[in-house]
Design a binder for this molecule. Structure first.
Ligand SMILES: Nc1ncnc2c1ncn2[C@@H]1O[C@H](COP(=O)(O)OP(=O)(O)OP(=O)(O)O)[C@@H](O)[C@H]1O
Ligand SMILES: [Mg+2]
Length: 282
């Protein structure tokens, strides 16, 4: 399977703490790889390094054989990496539909040739287009809207009746759904989800599992951080386990589940959001 993402020796230190310690990780085209590990293991820091929100002290990130180490976040988004955040990030004052359209517009900017190559000229040209609204622009807007509605439909009745509501008025779970919808509107080559079910109840979690399963069935490549082991076991092609910044295990879900080092890592930590019990049960 050709590699889409290839991380090697990635390291990030905060003072005396090594949050991510020489981590190697690869994600093949169409694969779903999960990153698990106790609180503070370095999972979110790893995502931040890959998506340009933070810079590594050492190591490399390659995407489709291109060295993307240290690229800024917007350039990475245009390159095909989209992520969601552990605590959810949406544009609170925009409607559900507009939040998703932001994702679609980001993608369009990436595919459109820049006019004249001079930023000022390009901005003026865009302004002129916005004022005149030639048929091609309105057609494009309509197409984007249809596409956004299609993505929103993935979330069924949760979002569809609320497309004109501002994001701030939504429940926490719905804001998280909007965030995923916006990431999908980028049509990412790689979707990175940081604990998409955090704060969700059992039925909301089951719904999210189905959505991720649907995305995977459509061929979406996904890197997933998740604490709910049951979900990880059902969805993952491969599981990577981090502890104290280092990769301590990697393999098929069942292998990892029964790995004594993994059970030990979970048992050694007190606050692991329900994982201890599952690790013990395994
Ligand atoms: N900006 C920062 N400055 C200093 N320390 C940080 C910073 N970001 C993260 N850390 C530390 O790095 C370690 C890894 O944090 P990280 O958020 O990556 O863990 P995590 O695996 O995502 O944990 P959780 O499961 O709780 O989300 C933690 O000890 C954390 O306190
Ligand atoms: Mg985290």
């Amino acid at each position: 399977m050709p590699s889409l993402l290839e991380i090697s020796g990635l390291t990030r230190r905060f003072g005396g703490l090594t949050a991510v310690n020489a981590v190697d990780l690869r994600v093949g085209e169409g694969e779903l790889v999960s990153v698990i590990g106790p609180n503070g293991a370095g999972k979110t820091t790893l995502f931040n390094l890959v998506t340009g929100l933070d810079h590594p002290d050492a190591g490399k990130v390659h995407f489709e054989d291109e060295d993307i180490t240290g690229w800024p976040a917007p350039r990475l988004a245009e390159r095909g990496l989209a992520r969601t955040f552990q605590h959810g990030r949406v544009f609170a004052n925009l409607t559900v539909l507009d939040n998703v359209l932001v994702g679609a517009h980001t993608r369009l900017r990436a595919v459109k040739p820049r006019i004249g190559g001079v930023p000022g000229v390009a901005a003026l040209a865009e302004l002129a287009l916005a004022l005149v609204q030639p048929p091609s622009v309105t057609r494009e807007e309509r197409a984007l809207r249809e596409e956004a509605l299609g993505i929103i439909a993935l979330f069924g009745e949760r979002l569809a009746p609320r497309i004109d509501n501002p994001a701030y008025s939504l429940s926490y779970a719905n804001r998280r759904r909007v965030e995923i919808a916006r990431a999908l509107a980028l049509k990412p080559r790689l979707l990175l989800l940081d604990e998409p079910t955090a704060g969700m109840n059992e039925s909301e979690t089951a719904e999210m599992l189905e959505i991720i399963r649907t995305l995977k069935a459509r061929g979406q490549t996904i890197l997933l951080i998740e604490h709910k082991l049951d979900l990880v076991m059902q969805l993952s092609d491969r599981v990577v386990v981090l502890d104290d910044g280092s990769k301590i295990a990697e393999g098929q879900p069942e292998e990892v589940r029964n790995d004594p080092r993994v059970i030990e890592a979970y048992l050694g930590h007190r606050h692991v959001g329900g994982l201890v019990q599952e690790a013990v049960a395994a």
